[in-house]
Design a protein around this ligand. Structure first.
Ligand code: AMP
Length: 184
C-alpha cells in the first residue's frame, strides 16, 4: 500500500476523521490545511487574522498561502516516507503546484469520498464548528462543486487513477472501504 495519499471529498464527507484513522494505521503524518489554518487562527498569527473571515464565510484562502504552507510541511523530515493530504489541493492551481512540488507521479493513491448533499448539510450542522452555519455550509459546498470536484477529472485526464469510495455509513465501514481500495 502506497504511503503518499491524497483524499478528496466535499466538506462534511468525513475526510478528516478517516484521514486521522488512516494516518494512525499507516504511521504517516496527516497534512490538513484546514487544521493548519485553524491553528493559525487560534494562535492569532498574521495569517490567522487574515484567514479567519474567509474561513468563516466558507470561501477559500488564497492559493499562494496554502501552497506555501503545504510545501513547507511536506519538506519536513516526517513527511519523507509518506503523508496523507486532506483538504489540499482544493483548486486547479493548487493541484498544479503540488504536481510541480513533488512530481506528478509521486502520489501513490488518490481517494475520492462521495456523500450526497443533503447528508453533508445535516452532518455539518451537527458538527457545530464556528464556520458551520447553514449559509457557510452551503457556500462551502458550492465552492467545492465549482473549484475542487473538477480536480477528479484533472487527475483522471492526466492518467492517474482516482479511487471512488462511498462515504455514507458508519465510520468503521467507510474506513474499511478506503483500506480495501488502497490495498487492491
Ligand atoms: P477544512 O477543515 O478542510 O474544511 O478547511 C476549513 C477552511 O479552511 C475552508 O473552508 C477554507 O476556508 C480553508 N481552507 C482549508 N484548506 C484550504 C485550501 N487547500 N485552499 C484554500 N482554503 C482552504
Amino acid at each position: 500500500m502506497g504511503r503518499r495519499i491524497l483524499i478528496l471529498g466535499p466538506p462534511g464527507a468525513g475526510k478528516g476523521t478517516q484521514a486521522e484513522l488512516l494516518c494512525t494505521a499507516l504511521g504517516i503524518p496527516h497534512v490538513s490545511t484546514g487544521v493548519m489554518l485553524r491553528d493559525h487562527v487560534a494562535r492569532g498569527t498574521d495569517l490567522g487574522l487574515r484567514a479567519r473571515a474567509i474561513m468563516d464565510a466558507g470561501d477559500l484562502v488564497s492559493d499562494d498561502i496554502v501552497v506555501a504552507m503545504v510545501e513547507e510541511r511536506l519538506a519536513a523530515a516526517d513527511a519523507v516516507c509518506g503523508f496523507l493530504l486532506d483538504g489540499f489541493p482544493r483548486t486547479r492551481p493548487q493541484a498544479e503546484a503540488l504536481d510541480a512540488a513533488i512530481g506528478a507521479d509521486t502520489l501513490d493513491a488518490i481517494v475520492a469520498v462521495s456523500v450526497p448533499d443533503e447528508e453533508l448539510i445535516a452532518r455539518a450542522l451537527a458538527r457545530g464548528r464556528s464556520d458551520d452555519t447553514r449559509e457557510t455550509i452551503e457556500n462551502r459546498l458550492a465552492v467545492y462543486r465549482r473549484d475542487t470536484e473538477p480536480l477528479i477529472a484533472y487527475y483522471r485526464d492526466s492518467g492517474r487513477t482516482v479511487l471512488d469510495v462511498d462515504g455514507v455509513g458508519a465510520i468503521d465501514d467507510v474506513l474499511a472501504r478506503i483500506v480495501r481500495v488502497l490495498a487492491a
